[in-house]
Design a protein around this ligand. Sequence first.
Ligand code: HEC
Ligand code: HEC
Length: 293
Amino acid sequence: MSPVTTTLIAIATVLNILACGWLIWVTARRKPGEVAEGAVKDHVWDGDLRERNNPLPRWWLILFFLTMLFGLGYLLLYPGVGRGALGWTEDRQYREELARADREYAPVYATFAGRSVLELSRDPKALALGRSLFATNCINCHGSDARGGPGFPDLTDNDWLYGGTPEDIVKSITFGREGTMPPLGTVLGAEGVDEVVAYVRSLSGHAAPPDKVAAGKARFALCAACHGVDAKGNPAIGSKNLTDDIWLYGGSEATLRKTISEGRHGKMPAHAWLGDDKIRLLAAYVYSLSHPQ
Ligand code: HEC
Ligand code: HEC
C-alpha cells in the first residue's frame, strides 16, 4: 500500500475510535428536561408500554471501553500509526519462521549430506523428503505428478531438454534454464512455415504431404544450427529433439505453426537459494521419476 493510503486508513481508524468515545459520552449525559435515573419516562407506546430511564449496564460499558483500549493498543503496537512499537512486519515473521524451520530440519538434511544424487535416488527416505520439497517448490509449474504441461517439461519421461544425468539435473535446478526459439515467421513466410511444419511432423511419423515435406526438409538448414542436422536437439541450448513425438508446446499443425512463426521462450528460474542439500534431494527425486527401481 502507498504511504498516502496507509495514512488515510490510520486517520480514519483513530477518528472512529474517538467517535465511539464521543458517542458514549453524549448518550450518558443527562439531557435537559429528562426524568431522574430509574424513574418512569413520560411517553407511552401501544396504550400501556412504558419505559424507565435506566443507564447502560455497567458491564456492557466496561466491555465497550476495553474494546476501544484494545483498538488503541493494537494500533500503537502493530503497524497502524507509524511502524508499531513491536517492530513487527510480515517479512520479519516469515524470515524468523524460515530460520526456525532451518534449525529444526538441519539435522534431518545432515543425515543425507555428502551422499551422491545417484545414491540418494535409491534411498526411500531421501526420496520422500525430495518429494515434499518438490511439492513445496516445483508443482506450481511442473504439476503435482511432475508431468508438466504446455511450456513446462514433463520430468518423468526421460526425455530431456538439457540432459538427464544427475549432474545435469542439479545444474538445471541450481542455475535455472532459459530456452529461446526465435520467431521465424517473417524469415520463412507463410508458405515456408507450412512446409517446415510438414517436415517437422513427418520426423515423428505423422502423415504430411510429400511435396511439402521435401520443401520443408530443404528449409531445415535454417533450423539445423540449433536443432542439429538430425533434428535431435542440442542439450547445451535446450533446443528440443523434434523427432521423438514428445512435445513441450505441442505437436499439432496449429501449435507448430505458432511456435515456428512467433518463437518461444521457456524459463526455469534458478533455485540456488534452496541450498546444496535440498537441491541434491530434489535432483534425486526428479531422477528417480524416470529411473524407477
Ligand atoms: C516458474 C515455473 C517453474 C518452477 C517453479 C520450476 N520450474 Fe523447472 N522448468 C520450468 C520451465 C519453463 C522449464 C523449461 C525451460 C525451457 O523451456 O528451456 C523447466 C525445466 C526444468 C528442468 C529441465 C528439464 C529438461 O528437460 O532438461 C528440470 C530438471 C526442472 N525444471 C526441475 C525443476 C525443479 C526440481 C523445480 C523445483 C525446485 C522446478 N523445476 C521449478 C519452469 C519451472
Ligand atoms: C537459435 C536457435 C534455434 C533456431 C534457429 C531454431 N530453433 Fe526451434 N527451438 C530452439 C530452442 C532453444 C527451443 C526450446 C524453446 C523453449 O525451451 O522454450 C526450440 C523449440 C522448438 C520447437 C518446440 C518443440 C516442442 O516440443 O514444442 C519447435 C517445433 C521448433 N523449435 C522448431 C524449429 C524449426 C522448425 C526451426 C527452423 C525453422 C527452428 N526451430 C529454429 C532453438 C532454435
